[in-house]
Design a protein around this ligand. Structure first.
Ligand code: ZN
Length: 398
């Protein structure tokens, strides 16, 4: 560590204008990167990069984790350097122009030394020492620098003019950026559901009568709360979150429609909802204020007409998907406390297109003909729901 040219104190200052000029894309060099742990609990992380980039490091609490932000680093191969000292590494785009690496820590630890070596190859070296809870809590509570908050949703289309008649569908491809979602055989949930969402959008536009807004158009991290904000800003009539998670519990196979409830259908459904909140938490989103919002929202829901509309939405989707002869889970409609479904007044559903824990579901998701059939079924389901909903809840003309 003696060759480090930057002291820790300078890292935060490294956000200056000069540092910003180094904005070309850097790459992780996985074969030259490593993690080491010693018996006294010290963990050393050494990341080789193809070129120097502005970066910073900090710790965050609940759970204890190391968070490193870098200007535009391609993290391909990061999974290969995981080590018992830091077994769970995740990395990806955090906000435009910045990528984030998050490593869960085995307990409270502090950054003892950190720096970037630029003589010869570029390396970022971080040494972590076990720390007492109070010292860790103090460092973890350090405020973020100004301007570092996640950006507000950008480019949200205006809602259609009243009476235009188009049903505003907000499609929400799950995960993205630093949060790849489930992974199997090199495929990620984030990429699969984004691809499917684009195809579904095309199918809805071809059908006509729909305006479609997507919560993300690329491989970028979008907090759950922002996804809801985008739906509100777009004046959504219906919100459909698209996923393909992995489930260890039981034999999870086939498409499943989830709707919001504070009582989950079963343990697996509850785990699934919690895992999505946890992905947000690990990425750096503060969920404490959202929890208060959520409690109020659940009470509001009981007072609104949204619940029966959501019931009709899930029934319409299940009927259409089954009607198309597509494989559904043996319990095709389930309930759980998914944060992304908590808009009080927008009928919302989360569709697991399949489960990446199933090889057959993955094969289906990678089959263009299957996806086209699924997209057509969802279009039919939404059309059917909209027609019934207009009659039953007087939505027409809204
Ligand atoms: Zn998911």
């Amino acid at each position: 560590m003696r060759r480090l040219i930057l002291a820790l104190a300078m890292i935060w200052a490294g956000f200056g204008a000069a540092a910003q000029e180094l904005s070309a894309l850097a790459r992780l060099v996985p074969q030259d990167s490593r993690i080491e742990a010693t018996q006294d609990g010290t963990v050393r992380l050494s990341l080789a990069l193809s070129q120097p980039v502005p970066w910073r490091v900090r710790v965050m609490a609940d759970p204890p984790r190391l968070v490193m932000d870098f200007r535009e680093v391609d993290w391909q191969g990061i999974g290969g350097i995981a080590h018992p000292g830091l077994p769970d590494l995740r990395a990806g785009v955090f906000r435009p122009g910045w990528s984030r690496l998050v490593a869960e820590l085995p307990g409270p630890m502090l950054v003892a030394e950190a720096g970037m070596v630029t003589e010869g190859a570029t390396r970022v070296e971080v040494e972590l020492h076990p720390a007492d809870a109070a010292a860790f809590a103090e460092k973890a509570a350090a405020p973020e620098p100004p301007g570092w908050a996640l950006p507000p949703p950008a480019d949200v289309p205006r809602p259609p003019a009243p009476g235009s008649g188009a049903l505003v569908v907000v499609l929400d491809p799950g995960h993205g950026g630093i949060d790849p979602g489930a992974e199997r055989d090199g495929a990620t949930e984030a990429a699969l559901v984004l691809g499917f969402a684009r195809e579904l959008k095309e199918a809805l536009l071809r059908q006509g009568g729909f305006t479609v807004v997507m919560t993300r158009e690329e491989d970028v991290f979008v907090p759950l709360e922002t996804r809801i904000s985008i739906a509100r800003a777009a004046g959504a009539h219906v919100f459909l979150s698209l996923h393909a998670d992995a489930l260890a519990e039981g034999e999870a196979v086939g498409a499943t429609v989830y709707t919001l409830s504070d009582d989950a259908s079963d343990r697996a459904a509850q785990t699934l909802a919690e895992r999505h909140d946890r992905a947000d938490l690990l990425a750096g989103v503060d969920l404490t204020e959202q929890d208060d919002l959520v409690a109020g929202v659940l009470m509001d829901m009981a007072r609104t007409e949204t619940v029966p509309r959501v019931e009709r939405l899930s029934a319409a989707l299940v009927t259409a998907i089954k009607g198309a002869g597509l494989r559904m889970h043996r319990h095709p409609h389930q309930e759980a406390g998914f944060s992304v479904l908590k808009s009080p007044d927008i009928p919302s559903a989360l569709l697991e297109l399949g489960f990446l824990s199933s090889a057959r579901d993955l094969a289906r998701l990678q089959d263009a003909a299957w996806r086209a059939k699924m997209a057509a079924a969802i279009v039919a389901g939404l059309k059917d729901w909209a027609a019934k909903d207009a009659v039953l809840s007087g939505m027409a003309g809204q």
